[in-house]
Ligand binder design. Structure first.
Ligand code: HEC
Length: 102
């Protein structure tokens, strides 16, 4: 039991000091910076998590892959289902596509 609490705390710490929901009108870029940049890099270049920018695997995947990853988590990545609403997820994907296309 104790061990489980510690594991959850560790995940939250890595994700960046407590995951809080961004404002409902936050742009995709703001959402990325708040929730994703810690692990994927300020410029999508990758850190703990893989690169998401131009030429990455994520750039070659359909929107549904990114959506599923964000909502359900993947491997060492936490789920953001309880943090982001549908519109925010779509804005976030829009931001990734914008940077990938640069
Ligand atoms: C706690 C660190 C962490 C955070 C925060 C995080 N990720 Fe990840 N992400 C990972 C890791 C680690 C993987 C690799 C998972 C695996 O395949 O085992 C990953 C994988 C991914 C992938 C799949 C990449 C691929 O090529 O397979 C996408 C897309 C992604 N993350 C997007 C995001 C987005 C968007 C956010 C912000 C909402 C986010 N991640 C937040 C750690 C994180």
């Amino acid at each position: 039991m104790r061990r489980k609490v510690a594991a959850v705390a560790a995940v939250l710490a890595v994700a960046g000091c407590g995951v809080s929901a961004p404002p409902s009108d936050a742009t995709g870029e703001q959402i990325y910076r708040n929730l994703c940049a810690n692990c994927h890099g300020a410029n999508l270049e990758g850190r703990v998590g893989p690169a998401l920018g131009p030429g990455s695997n994520a750039a070659a995947q359909p929107d549904s892959f990114i959506e599923t990853t964000v909502l359900h988590g993947r491997g060492g990545m936490p789920s953001f289902r309880s943090v982001l609403d549908d519109d925010q997820v779509q804005r976030l994907i829009g931001y990734l596509r914008e940077v990938q296309g640069e």
